[in-house]
Design a protein around this ligand. Structure first.
Ligand SMILES: Nc1ncnc2c1ncn2[C@@H]1O[C@H](COP(=O)(O)OP(=O)(O)OP(=O)(O)O)[C@@H](O)[C@H]1O
Ligand SMILES: [Mg+2]
Length: 250
């Protein structure tokens, strides 16, 4: 294992009843790297990342973090190992304001009382650190654009000071300008040494921010290559396995 390897997954399997969602996945992530994780719908990307984030327990295989084998019973275990995740369906609360969402569950207190001013000050600081622009930290999440919501969700994950940040389809529903700013945010986070795993179906995004790409196919990791060795056409062929003879085309 390379010295700066943050995470190594090896032979991960996971079944839901008769459905074998993960059939043996290998993946590595280094500090400061943006790793693209791609594959067709149902390939197992989200399931794999839920395993790495402690939201699901795998059946077989090993998870190594900083050279130490770990097993996560729940998301808190993964958070202790500094693994953060922003889920495909953002877990934000529409009726709360930006600051409350950022600090949900760990709001600053003064004695028994919520320290609202401190919370908004910290929220403004966190957002400005990440170059996220919202009109006010008092704005309700439900009033924000898709891109702003995504940015707040990422900022929340970053505020836990993760070493590993998993983003599941962060740009799927965004307008062009919003995609730009989320991608810039990803590069910015990685430049601080965080290892980022980016799941996306927008292949052009991968070429903008990723250093390396891992391809999954039907519950297996099938390819792993530096972005510099790939182009969109080659990547599409890898994802669909259209250049592989042992898999019949349908
Ligand atoms: N809780 C669950 N119970 C049963 N099957 C599940 C569960 N979660 C995922 N699966 C199945 O596991 C397989 C992989 O799903 P997963 O969501 O990981 O795919 P994905 O690669 O993230 O796809 P997409 O690109 O569509 O998000 C699918 O066949 C899915 O139906
Ligand atoms: Mg998914």
């Amino acid at each position: 294992m390379a010295q700066d390897t943050l995470v190594a997954l090896s032979g991960i399997t996971k079944s839901f009843g008769a459905v074998r969602s993960l059939r043996g996945v290998d993946l590595t992530l280094r500090a400061g790297e943006v790793l693209g994780l791609v594959g067709d719908n149902g390939a197992g990307k989200s399931t794999l990342m839920k395993v790495l984030a402690g939201a699901l327990q795998h059946d077989d295989g090993e998870i190594t973090v900083n050279g130490r084998q770990v097993r996560f019973a729940n998301p808190a275990d993964a958070r202790r190992e500094k693994i953060g995740i922003v889920y495909q369906d953002l877990a934000l609360c529409d009726t709360l304001d930006v600051a409350s969402n950022l600090f949900l569950g760990r709001e600053p207190r003064r004695g028994p009382f919520l320290d609202r001013r401190a919370m908004h000050r910290m929220a403004a600081e966190t957002l400005s650190n990440l170059h996220v622009r919202v009109k006010s930290t008092y704005q309700e999440i439900g009033e924000l654009s898709g891109g702003q919501r995504q940015a707040v969700a990422i900022a929340r994950a970053v505020s836990f000071d993760p070493a590993v940040l998993i983003l599941d389809e962060p740009t799927a529903a965004l307008a062009v300008a919003e995609v730009r700013s989320v991608l810039a945010m990803i590069r910015d986070v990685a430049s601080r040494g965080v290892g980022v795993i980016l799941i996306t179906h927008r292949l052009q995004d991968l070429f903008e921010v990723c250093d390396r790409i891992t391809v999954m196919y039907e519950g297996r990791s099938v390819e792993d290559a530096p972005v510099s060795e790939l182009d969109v056409e080659r990547l599409v062929a890898m994802i669909t396995r259209s250049d592989t003879e042992e898999v019949p085309q349908t």
